[in-house]
Design a protein around this ligand. Structure first.
Ligand SMILES: [Zn+2]
Length: 519
């Protein structure tokens, strides 16, 4: 410790007395982020925070880490998923905070990314997915940022590093992923603190949840008990209360619902996009979809003899030895079918005159290329993940790739199947043998859990028989609908903000049609 320097025992006293600022050089303002105060001052050796995106958890833990390094004299290992994440975080956040509070961190090196030192205590930053070995030195405190996107095996090996320490600290925080990773397991064992608000009308005390705390028509927050409106000040003035009794692990759950600067309308809009994104990054909850499936009765419920034409025609084509197509309007499917000769499709196009179309780019890229060259409104589909922007599940290629539409396979399937279950569009094709096959194809879909070699779980859709061609021709048709036909994609928030088109009188028996068309 340098001469004439104060020693602080309280992080709040330190922040206030020394004028500690954030990475932008601003004083900490807890008006809208009151829920971070208890997390900031919590020095329990076991902390877990399961949180939505963009609420300031990384900066909160950076400040705590700096305090722990300098005043608690801890040796600390601080991890991120990858070495690139470490570089990005240290350059854009950690070093900026150090520089903005230079008077407190004189002589601390900002050149070295991996290693920081103050008064013989060190702080190591390290990626869990790294070309170099895990840090082998012992430490008092492990800080695991973005835990759910980190290598779960490496995280486990770090546990042994604190054996020699009295404190044996383990602070975990992350946007959650799927169930049963290290974050979720720690959260389950924790005291599970939720942000409890008090309704000013009926005085009921509870925490906000989706959709129970929403009036979806008026797009406002309401009390779960009396359904009266809840204003932003009520959301600000919550208190943390354990929901799981007293436990060794101190747990906090942060969602966008407690963020006064985020409106009910924004949250409702997010709920209509990618379900995994909504759970992980908006609700701050692990997402492990149950056994969602589109059954025969789901599809029969969507079937209607009503007119679904709108003037726009969209086509989706799945390519294989036999090619499947789905044709429809924004409102629903008008026709489905199969063909083997490529020229059959030209005839189909001449009859229907589509507004927009999407064709599978695989396995036969020549056919897809031919179609895109021949028809300027045609796009080919590639499945891909957009790691930089997890909210985006559909996006356009640019420049020489402008005839390509990219989408996240499993998440766009999730969205389409959910839209079918919620009846966001209908089916008006003939109830014939093709329609029976269509139903069968959807019935073979299963969502299965896979775990990669980093121990990270995810869910993928596959078909028990491999016969899922109508699922994909229908997916491509819905992608074509999303394109709007003018070559401009709607933002993904618009993917499904349509109210259900099914109504009480959509109650038809297709069995007669089946009988008639299957003669
Ligand atoms: Zn109430």
């Amino acid at each position: 410790m340098e001469n004439n320097e104060e020693i602080y025992y309280s992080i709040l006293q330190w922040i206030v007395t020394e004028g500690i600022v954030n990475e932008k050089g601003d004083r900490f303002d807890f008006k809208d982020r009151g829920f971070l105060l208890d997390i900031l001052t919590d020095f329990n050796s076991n902390i877990v925070v399961t949180a939505c995106a963009q609420v300031g958890k990384s900066v909160t833990f950076s400040i705590k880490t700096m305090f722990a390094l300098k005043y608690l004299r801890f040796n600390i290992i601080y991890t991120f998923p990858t070495d690139d994440d470490v570089r990005e975080f240290v350059a854009s956040k950690f070093n900026k905070i150090l520089q903005a509070n230079r008077h407190q961190f004189m002589g601390m090196d900002t050149d070295s990314i991996e290693r920081k030192e103050v008064n013989d205590r060190f702080l190591f930053f390290k990626g869990t997915i790294s070309k170099t070995a895990a840090i082998s030195t012992t430490a008092d405190l492990l800080v695991h940022d973005e835990l759910s996107r980190s290598d779960q095996n490496t995280i486990s090996t770090y546990k042994s590093r604190t054996k020699a320490s009295k404190y044996k600290g383990r602070w975990l925080f992350s946007n959650p992923g799927s169930e049963r990773d290290e974050l979720d397991l720690a959260w389950i064992k924790s005291d599970q603190k939720e942000w409890i608000i008090e309704c000013p009308h009926c005085k009921d005390r509870h925490y906000l949840t989706f959709p129970e705390s929403f009036n979806l028509e008026e797009k406002i927050f309401v009390c779960k008990e009396c359904k009266e409106p809840i204003d932003d000040d009520v959301r600000r003035n919550g208190v943390w209360e354990a929901q799981n009794g007293e436990q060794k692990i101190s747990g906090y759950h942060i969602s966008h619902l407690m963020c006064a600067w985020i409106t009910a309308e924004e949250i409702i809009e997010d709920s209509e996009g990618d379900p995994a994104y909504f759970h992980n990054f908006v609700l701050g909850l692990a997402y492990s979809p149950g056994d969602m499936s589109v059954t025969k009765s789901t599809i029969l419920d969507l079937w209607t003899p009503k007119e679904l034409t709108t003037g726009n025609i969209f086509i989706g084509i799945d390519v294989g030895n036999i090619k499947n197509y789905t044709i429809g309007s924004e409102k629903g499917i008008l026709a489905i079918g199969r063909f083997s000769k490529e020229s059959d499709l030209d005839d189909l196009i001449a009859i229907w005159k589509p507004t927009a179309g999407v064709v599978d780019a695989m396995p036969d890229n020549t056919f897809a290329k031919y179609l895109c060259d021949e028809y300027p409104w045609m796009r080919m589909s590639y499945f891909m993940e957009n790691n930089n922007n997890p909210q985006t599940i559909v996006w356009w290629g640019e420049n020489d790739k402008s005839d390509i539409v990219y989408s996240h396979r499993d998440r766009i399937l999730d969205r389409m199947l959910l839209d079918m279950i919620e009846a966001k569009w209908l089916i008006g094709c003939k109830a014939d043998k093709n329609f029976q096959l269509f139903i069968k194809n959807f019935e073979t879909l299963r969502r299965t859990k896979v775990t990669n070699n980093k121990g990270i779980e995810r869910f993928v859709w596959d078909s028990t028989t491999g016969e899922d061609h109508y699922v994909f021709s229908t997916l491509y048709y819905r992608l074509a609908v999303m394109s709007g036909g003018a070559g401009v994609f709607m933002s993904d928030a618009d993917l499904s903000d349509k109210p259900p088109v099914i109504d009480a009188d959509n109650n038809y028996d297709v069995s007669t049609q089946f009988a008639e068309n299957n003669e």
